[in-house]
Design a binder for this molecule. Structure first.
Ligand code: SF4
Length: 453
């Protein structure tokens, strides 16, 4: 890829895990509205649940998540009380005072580090969730793990509670890089965690890697992937480090001079891609890779791949309820975000009120644009006319995006045939730029998002 093209498209563009994107959420969405949205869900509506655990024992300096350090377990235990109260509130609104009847398709524990939970607390929380919601044999329960804090007794508890998938944070295995990001995690620790999970039957393993980290080189990427491949993860995510110190204060501890520039970031992403494709993984969108037998690869082949706040997913439920501080719900009516401040969240929940802080109601046009963006992000191809018809919206507004796509077309990054827009292989890494052309809310030159390359 020519350097000038990398520079040209190295803009800050949303990751499109939602549409409209989070910067456009506003305080007009209240707890009362969220309560109404929940109550309107049909008893047959399949649900996904997301539980946010906003604590880590030691904070990594690159981190962009809503989390804080918990040197002792006390704050975690207090937080769990609030979370349980919120679970009861959600279940009683869905079930009109009884157990929520809606079938649960997915349950995801994210953070922060859910591995900070003690084994008895995890089992207690799972027991409460099973009492409050309608779990089935097919419910997929997944959890994000930090190998530094994942204890064998927690792994055993997770197996007993039906956890089927674990995402293991690795990032990079090079000591100099780990020191620069304040995350010391030798390979033996990662290997022990993954082996321990498989030993108890948690067989679906995701591994998260990163490029663009301080002091990171292509040799580091190569060595990291060479060590990880024999562990045979089912999925790998390869995220570009997003340096946004004005939003994430800890990132100020990372010297900008140690960060690779755009051409080096590009080369690192390409190297990871080549290695994973050679190893037989299927490329999913622009930053995920899946074994051909994995649900993500199957969803891609069936055209049912989706995108939500966790990134690419085979989850196609239309109601995701996010609980915990900063938890985001995506309901048919719109998005609702909980207070990210843990004390504020807990104080509101203590009054038996949902901790909704912001959100946005989605219009029919938003839904049509969201569908276009989602298909582009997932399939790298979209039929704009068919989507407009499906959602009953006027196509002429959507066609305005074509003028904004013409430059990418001239640069060989996409093709347009009538109302069908398709990324070329060269354009795959720039798919977010194509999506931005359909984003009605995006302000030109906005600096709040991560770099596209
Ligand atoms: S363990 Fe994960 S969530 Fe916690 S600080 Fe590190 S990257 Fe962030």
């Amino acid at each position: 890829m020519p350097t000038e093209l990398i520079a040209k498209y190295d803009a800050r563009i949303p990751r499109y895990t939602s549409y409209p994107t989070a910067p456009h959420f506003h305080a007009g969405i209240t707890a009362e509205m969220f309560r109404g949205w929940l109550s309107a869900l049909a008893p047959t509506q399949e649900l996904s649940l997301y539980l946010h655990i906003p604590y880590c024992e030691v904070l990594c300096w690159f981190c962009g998540c809503h989390t804080r350090g918990a040197p002792s377990y006390g704050p975690v235990a207090n937080y769990l009380s609030s979370l349980k109260q919120e679970i009861s509130m959600v279940a009683s609104h869905l079930g009109k005072g009884t157990r929520a009847p809606q079938p649960i398709r997915y349950l995801h524990f994210g953070g922060g580090s859910p591995s900070i939970l003690s084994a008895p607390d995890f089992e207690d929380l799972m027991g409460m969730l099973r009492d409050a919601f309608s779990f089935h044999d097919t419910t997929e329960i997944a959890i994000e793990l930090d190998p530094r804090t994942t204890q064998p007794d927690l792994i055993a508890s997770m197996a007993r509670c039906g956890v089927r998938r674990a995402s293991v944070g690795v990032q990079d295995l090079t000591p100099t890089v780990q020191k620069a990001i304040h995350r010391i995690q030798p390979f033996s620790m990662v290997e022990r965690t993954i082996t321990g999970l498989r030993d108890v039957g948690i067989n679906h393993i995701n591994v998260d890697l990163m490029y663009g980290l301080p002091h990171q080189t292509q040799a580091n990427i190569r060595e990291t992937i060479e060590k990880i491949l024999p562990l045979a993860p089912d999925r790998l995510a390869v995220f570009g480090y997003a340096h946004v110190p004005w939003m994430r204060k800890l990132q100020n501890l990372i010297p900008e001079a140690a960060l690779p520039g755009a051409p080096e970031r590009w080369a690192q992403a390409c190297l990871a891609r080549e290695m994973l494709l050679s190893a037989g993984y299927v490329e999913i969108g622009f930053d995920h890779y899946a074994h051909p037998s994995d649900d993500l690869a199957i969803a891609l082949s069936k055209g049912t791949l989706n995108r939500n706040f966790q990134g690419y997913t085979s989850d196609n439920t239309t109601a995701l309820i996010g609980m915990g501080a900063s938890g985001i719900s995506e309901l048919p009516q719109g998005y609702a975000v909980n207070d990210a401040d843990i004390a504020g969240y807990a104080a509101t929940i203590a009054t038996n009120t949902f901790a909704t802080k912001r959100g946005i109601a989605v219009s029919v046009e938003d839904k049509a644009r969201r569908a276009i963006i989602e298909r582009l992000m997932c399939d790298l191809r979209v039929d704009v006319a068919a989507t407009a018809t499906l959602h009953g919206v006027d196509i002429s507004d959507l066609r305005n995006a074509y003028a904004r796509l013409s430059e990418m077309e001239n640069d060989g990054l996409l093709t347009r045939s009538g109302d069908i827009v398709a990324m070329t292989e060269a354009g795959r890494p720039f798919v977010r730029s194509a999506c931005a052309a359909f984003d009605r809310y995006l302000v030109a030159g906005e600096q709040r998002h991560s770099r596209s390359v």
